[in-house]
Ligand binder design. Structure first.
Ligand code: PMP
Length: 299
């Protein structure tokens, strides 16, 4: 397993925005059953009953869900700013949480946080700061992975489910200082990372060219779709995205959702959390064109 950990670290250390990763070793890394398992492990291992968990909605709902399951009080400190990408740092610090979980790039909004704000939180907060970087490979801005050696309260979660296309292998990665990694390992269910998954992961990491090409294709298609959608009469606003999806505010949200459903096109309806919005995952050229056609027939 240490060898696979080294392979992962050396693979990502050659990606842009991963300075400092080459200083990490297998002791800084735990393979988890997807990034979601990493969230559960760290809450179970590092938060005691009654200790607060801070989340910043709109964000990935599983963080609060797991905290509730573990009977940990959840403090919501909503993101602010026009792009929903500003942290209310003072409100987070005032809540004095044991764990703050940030999603960067954020699902469902697609934006990155301001790194100055994130580092301010890491430096000034008494608790742990977790950064879920499930989508970071699609971003042009740096990862926080290389900073875990410097900051004892920072945990970075990664996954092979998104850009690496291996969701079925259930491979997440927690990066942190060795003491934290050991604490997570102690609460982990053994044998979760099967031989078959390890083989698939090794294969993918050592043949990364198609993955890297795929990331470039998705970024280009994302930016093209963002421009087209921004001009589309069904669309009120396209949020800037550093992921493989676009977060869009619609005119006539209900009607558009119905039209897409009828056309057999699956998008995430985020309208309940943020009025009139949906999250559109970038597909290949044909899928994206089908989506645009269905949108046009809704206006
Ligand atoms: N983190 C975020 C922000 C996600 O959106 C998702 C999946 N939608 C996950 C983690 C799940 O990743 P994994 O498959 O590695 O558990």
């Amino acid at each position: 397993m240490a060898e696979l950990a080294d392979t992962y670290l050396s693979t990502i250390s050659s990606l842009p925005g991963h300075d400092g990763v080459d200083a990490l070793s297998a002791d800084h890394l735990l393979f988890t059953s997807g990034a979601v398992d990493g969230v559960m492990l760290l809450l179970a291992a590092l938060a005691s009953p009654g200790e607060r968990v801070c989340v910043t909605p709109p964000t990935f709902p599983l963080y609060a869900h797991f905290a509730h399951l573990l009977r940990l009080p959840v403090v919501d400190v909503p993101l602010c700013g026009d792009d929903l990408s500003r942290l209310d740092t003072e409100a987070i610090l005032a809540a004095d949480p044991r764990v703050t979980i940030l999603c960067d790039p954020n699902n469902p909004v697609g934006t990155r946080l301001d790194p100055e704000q994130v580092l301010d939180l890491v430096v000034r907060g008494r608790g742990l700061v977790v950064i879920d970087e499930a989508y970071v490979e699609f971003s042009e801005k740096p990862s926080y992975a290389g900073l875990v050696e410097e900051h004892g309260n920072l945990i970075v979660l990664r996954t092979l489910s998104k850009a690496w296309g291996l969701a079925a292998a259930r491979c997440g990665i927690a990066l942190a200082q060795p003491g934290i990694v050991e604490a997570l390992r102690r609460v982990q269910v053994p044998f979760g990372f099967t031989n078959a998954s390890q083989h698939a992961v090794r294969d993918r990491l050592t043949n990364s060219r198609p993955v890297l090409d795929g990331i470039q294709r998705i970024r280009a298609e994302r930016d093209r779709m963002a421009s087209v959608l921004a001009e589309h009469p069904a669309v009120d606003r396209v949020f800037p995205s550093e992921t493989n999806f676009l977060f869009v505010r619609l005119h006539k949200h209900e009607r558009v959702m119905e039209q897409l459903r009828d056309a057999g096109i699956v998008v995430a309806d985020t309208g309940r959390a943020i009025p009139d919005t949906c999250r559109i995952t970038i597909g290949d050229r044909r899928a994206n064109t089908a989506l645009l056609d269905a949108l046009s027939s809704a206006v």
